[in-house]
Design a protein around this ligand. Sequence first.
Ligand code: ATP
Ligand code: MG
Length: 258
Amino acid sequence: MITIAIANQKGGVGKTTTAINIATAMAATGWRTLLIDLDPQGNASTGMGVDQGDRERSSYDLLVEQVPLSECVQGTDIPGLDIVPATVDLSGAEVELVSVEDRTARLSGALSGHMGHEICFIDCPPSLGLLTLNALSASDTLMVPLQCEFFALEGLSQLLQTVERVQQRFNPDLSIVGVVLTMFDRRNRLTDQVSDDVRECLGNLVFESVIPRNVRLSEAPSYGMPALVYDHGCSGSRAYISLARELISRLPEKRKAA
Ligand code: ATP
Ligand code: MG
């Protein structure tokens, strides 16, 4: 299984929207896909239509109670896409794990040897705390959603420092698969300028696919559906399908055959 953390400590940049829709696109392409909701807000779970009352086992159980992954996974309405949902309990995990010796390795321990899925996306919370450290330590690679606004690059340098720290201390093989520009608004000149700056600064690290600002993407979660199901043809869905294609082309050769 290849594991991809979707992280940016900045709030509201499109992490969850990206996690839900790229996971759906990968499942639709035939990959056995797992989505782990690692945010106490539980937005990915809600957005996938997993109501609070239906979250029997959660990422809290996985991390803190060390319940085996196979018992925490549940199906979704999307064929080929399973989820480990999040509950508010997870907000206590940072404190509960603080005195635990392997506190940053809980998730990688839980995922190791897992054979049931080919690809796993982890939706991270908007912080660089223990939950995100667990995700980065457990992942092969990182995808960074970046909103084209003025402070975007500043936040990114802090994230990259954290990645370096994780590489040095916990996970030397962690790579960055790419930065995806989200909520792109062609009519806004600042968007264009920030996007040019980001591409100049990061080069090929930035995915060519850009996610436009699209109201269908923001409506879909209230129906408990990925946008790809809610409105398959909208500009946002098409952008995520294109991103999935690009992601597959960036994965190591042997995985692409899957
Ligand atoms: P948090 O940091 O709180 O976890 P996040 O980074 O996961 O936030 P999202 O929840 O995906 O961000 O998006 C924030 C808000 O913006 C949501 O209301 C979402 O529906 C909306 N949104 C995300 N992407 C787009 C887009 N491309 N076009 C329009 N609205 C979007
Ligand atoms: Mg989120």
